[in-house]
Design a protein around this ligand. Structure first.
Ligand SMILES: [Zn+2]
Length: 158
């Protein structure tokens, strides 16, 4: 996801990307295409990027253990500056660029922000979502207490 910044005059620009998660090496977590929209504000000494990204992933529900689809969204701002500001440290959101640099690549930032946007706990929020009753290993030796619980669950569903 590269943006050509050569010959940009001061002003506001928008860009949209639809990226294969494989190109960001996040295809193990996310399956859908990564949709990214960027608003770039160019001023004399820096570029301010406001980025929104979203992607679908298949996650395993922590309660019912079924897999389900969830859209992960993130939004962040990045500054790209031609001025080496002594007070600012270069980090994920502040980048120093050379005067002869024509392209900036936002792939790494998008990847990082999407990865940290994944919640630690996954809940499918389906009506049927419940902790599964443990299956008995041997049907003959089924614990009568489990049998009762199963009956109760059946009645609740009816
Ligand atoms: Zn669930």
């Amino acid at each position: 996801m590269q943006i050509n910044i050569s010959n940009l005059s001061e002003g506001t620009y928008s860009y949209n990307f639809l990226e294969d998660p494989k190109n960001l090496a996040i295809e193990e977590v996310f399956q859908g295409p990564v949709a990214v929209s960027v608003t770039l504000e160019k001023s004399l000494n820096h570029l301010l990027l406001s980025v929104r990204a979203s992607v679908k992933g298949i996650f395993i529900c922590d309660r019912c253990a079924d897999d389900f689809e969830e859209t992960i969204e993130t939004a962040f701002s990045s500054v790209y500056s031609w001025e080496n500001d002594e007070t600012a440290e270069e980090d994920d959101d502040y980048h120093i660029i050379a005067h002869d640099q024509n392209m900036i690549d936002i792939s790494e930032s998008v990847k990082e922000y999407l990865t940290i946007a994944v919640p630690l706990k996954h809940l499918c929020r389906r009506a049927s979502c419940e902790i599964p009753l443990r299956e008995a290993h041997n049907e003959d030796a089924i614990d009568p207490r489990w049998e009762k619980l199963k009956e109760l669950k059946k009645q609740q569903r009816q």
